[in-house]
Design a protein around this ligand. Structure first.
Ligand SMILES: CC(C)(COP(=O)(O)OP(=O)(O)OC[C@H]1O[C@@H](n2cnc3c(N)ncnc32)[C@H](O)[C@@H]1OP(=O)(O)O)[C@@H](O)C(=O)NCCC(=O)NCCS
Ligand SMILES: CC(=O)OP(=O)(O)O
Length: 285
């Protein structure tokens, strides 16, 4: 499904492949420390980050980090996308993308979705990985980007803007944030089916929806669940993944100029393969 380049210590990678019985004959293996691309990438990075005080000397050290090296390969057209993060934090994987690949035009923030593969359906959860406390504008962009990503992968988007309130059942600043973001989504993407504020049960369960929010085209049948902040989103995706045996594919990053995707440090081999496949699909546009 993809032509792979593996980044790291070449001897270690090849030894490991022998132990695991893997055939690497079709994969490119590059050690960032010794690669001839290191010099070129150091110049690119130093140029791009000069306004932040990055010198060429410093850039030489930075670009040997596989996350930086891989991101610079994408920038240079040496790769179509990058997957990283199974042994590093999310911040470590995505900071190079924020600095080098940058945000697509018209999008205020890079964000993410997880595709949650449940027994009977696939839901998209956003943003469970990047923005700790999105403001109204950012939450609006997260909702619109998540709907686009869902549609790109065959999930018809019906967007629920999650909160502890359904309609006017609860109040508070956090509810107001979600209400304002929902109004802004209506304004900026009038074709999108969106409901909010709404609680998770009213969003996905038709019986609860009939009680809490009748006549909504989204309530009870939402497919894109947008969380109000990272505490809620990250813990909810992990709770569903670990306690409901769902396969969580992601975080799939959205709003970047080229595909870079992160893995959880809890990623299984299957998660890694799924994320590589998603990245390939994003690269094909
Ligand atoms: C995303 C994250 C890594 C950004 O890192 P950061 O160190 O706060 O970023 P900085 O403020 O140093 O910004 C670095 C650059 O990225 C940009 N940036 C930061 N967040 C961004 C976002 N969501 N979208 C687009 N650009 C962003 C900044 O504008 C800045 O650009 P500049 O240096 O060219 O001016 C940080 O918000 C984070 O750690 N989020 C939580 C990740 C996490 O732990 N998730 C849970 C597990 S999945
Ligand atoms: C996405 C995520 O939560 O990553 P990690 O488990 O590595 O913190």
């Amino acid at each position: 499904m993809a032509r792979l380049t593996l980044l790291g210590d070449e001897a270690q990678i090849r030894d490991r492949a022998i132990v695991l019985g893997l055939d690497l004959s079709n994969a490119r293996v590059i050690d960032p420390y010794t690669s001839e691309l290191r010099e070129q990438f150091a110049h690119t990075y130093a140029e791009m980050r000069a306004h932040k005080g990055v010198t060429l000397d410093r850039a030489h050290d930075v670009v040997v980090d596989p996350a930086y090296f891989g991101t610079l390969m994408v920038k240079a057209g040496e790769a179509d996308g990058m997957v990283s993060g199974s042994i590093t934090t999310t911040a470590h994987t995505i900071r190079p993308a924020l600095e080098i690949i940058r945000t697509s035009p018209g999008v205020s923030v890079v964000s993410s979705v997880f595709f949650m593969c449940l027994a009977d359906k696939v839901l998209a959860y956003g943003d469970c990985a990047i923005n700790p406390d999105p403001n109204v504008e950012q939450l609006t962009d997260i909702a619109i980007s998540s709907a686009k990503t869902a549609a790109q992968f065959g999930v018809e988007p019906r967007v629920a803007m999650l909160s502890y309130s359904t309609g006017g059942s609860g109040s508070g600043a956090d509810v107001e944030k979600v209400r304002e973001a929902t109004a802004l989504v209506h304004e900026r993407a009038p074709e999108l089916l969106v409901e909010g504020p709404i609680q998770y049960d009213a969003a996905v369960d038709p019986d609860v929806a009939a009680t809490k929010l009748k006549d909504s085209p989204v309530a009870g049948r939402a497919t894109v669940l947008v969380f109000p902040d990272l505490n809620t989103g990250n813990n909810t995706y992990k709770a569903v993944q670990r306690s409901a045996s769902a396969v969580a594919i992601g975080p799939v990053l959205q709003g970047l100029n080229a595909p870079v995707n992160d893995l959880s440090r809890g990623a299984t081999v299957r998660d890694i393969i799924n994320t590589v496949a998603i990245t390939g699909i994003q690269a094909k546009g």
